[in-house]
Design a binder for this molecule. Sequence first.
Ligand code: ATP
Ligand code: MG
Length: 217
Amino acid sequence: NVSHELKTPLTSISGYAELIESGMAQGEQAKTFAGEIHKSANRLLTLINDIIRLSQMDAPMPDLKFEPVDLAQIATNTFEQLEMSARKVDVTLQLDAKQAVVEADRQMMDELLYTLCDNAIRYNVRGGSVKLEVRPVRDKVIVCVQDTGIGISPENQEHVFERFYRVDKARSRETGGTGLGLAITQNVVKLHHGGIKLNSTPGEGTTFLVRIPLKYI
Ligand code: ATP
Ligand code: MG
């Protein structure tokens, strides 16, 4: 699977470069092909970064830097980062976050919220919405990402956390997806001794619920 995912963009880079080099493509066409090369190179870069992140997490002693992290603050930052992409697809963002400080790896928490919210926007519909809730409950923090998007069928719900699994390969590829986001998310949750589950109804939307303990024991 990994080799296929890596070869596809490389084949396209090599092919377009050859056309430009040989002079078969010129002017505007050469420019378009250069754009394709750029796109595939970026895709490859994202992919390689994700694969490296995953292998680092698989290490016997993953390098986690635990510190107090306010998930409400991270939620606010995440929405700021995603505001533009949400606006482009006419998706409304709603935030309901109460201060919730956990002992966690900050970069991983950034990644966790970003991945879930990015998906909630990416697999949404025009005019849809994404609601992000963060609240402390006793000895843990609950993060809830609820969207009004396309949903995930029960058959696919079992697989979305698998590496490279994408329900709609075409749509995911078009939007730059690699199918590693949720695999990384699940690892992050495990490394923090938390939990993640999802509820979804096709055509109505999806809710991801994450639980992170306040203190890592
Ligand atoms: P990337 O690695 O760039 O995030 P991706 O979005 O395709 O790529 P994941 O985030 O792991 O990969 O998600 C896996 C698949 O699960 C997606 O391709 C999509 O089909 C489905 N999915 C994830 N989140 C949602 C959601 N909120 N609504 C509907 N489908 C979703
Ligand atoms: Mg994703």
